[in-house]
Each structure stands twice: as C-alpha cells, then as structure tokens.
Ligand binder design. Sequence first.
Ligand SMILES: [Zn+2]
Length: 124
Amino acid sequence: MERQTRQRQAILDVLRKEKRPLTAEEIHQLGKALVPRLGLTTVYRSIKDMLEDRDLVPLRYPGQPTRYEVPAPEHIHFICNRCRRLYDLPLPQADVTLHLPDGFVAEGQELIIFGTCAECSKNR
Ligand SMILES: [Zn+2]
C-alpha cells in the first residue's frame, strides 16, 4: 500500500534528526547516509507523494528555496542570513490577528524572524 516506504522513512528521519525544515537537495544530501542509493529524483517523487498525503507541508517564502517540514502546530520560523538555514523556534506566537481591522478574516498567520543563528554567531 505505502509507496516508497524506505525513502519516505529516510526523509522523515532526516527531518526529525535535523529538527528544521529542509530543501529537497538538503534532504537528498543527508538522506544518502541512511539510504545509500537514494537519488534526487526519488527524493522529489517521495516528497510529492508525501505532500499529497499531508505527511509533509511546503514552506514557500519569497526569495527562499521551497523547504519541507512535518505538519506541526503553529510555530515561528527563523532564517539565518549567513548560513541560509531555516530553523523552527518553539516560541509562543503572538496572535496579531486579534488586531485586524473590521471586515478582515484571518485564516492563518506566520511569523518569520531573520538574523544570525547560534552556530553562525559562535563562528563570527
Ligand atoms: Zn546560521
């Protein structure tokens, strides 16, 4: 029933291990350690199927490559301007939709913080 079980499992394992949303290329690079013959085409196909099954959700931000993550309750994303990694931050998200003008109906919100990550701060 499950398509590409091993590849899908490798993708989920990589995302869980890195604890941050990844691009298909990053998943491919890191996933090869788990499934040695893992090809980029296979990664793309598995991601596509996992998106259809809602096992993954895409993150599309302007000027950023598409990254993927496992669906999770709302959380804050942090993009490092130096290493270009995107991190999930377990911070409470202020509900700015409480202050919408009359007549506006929110269906979701996303807060992104830009800056320098802990690792890049250390290496400066
Ligand atoms: Zn960084």
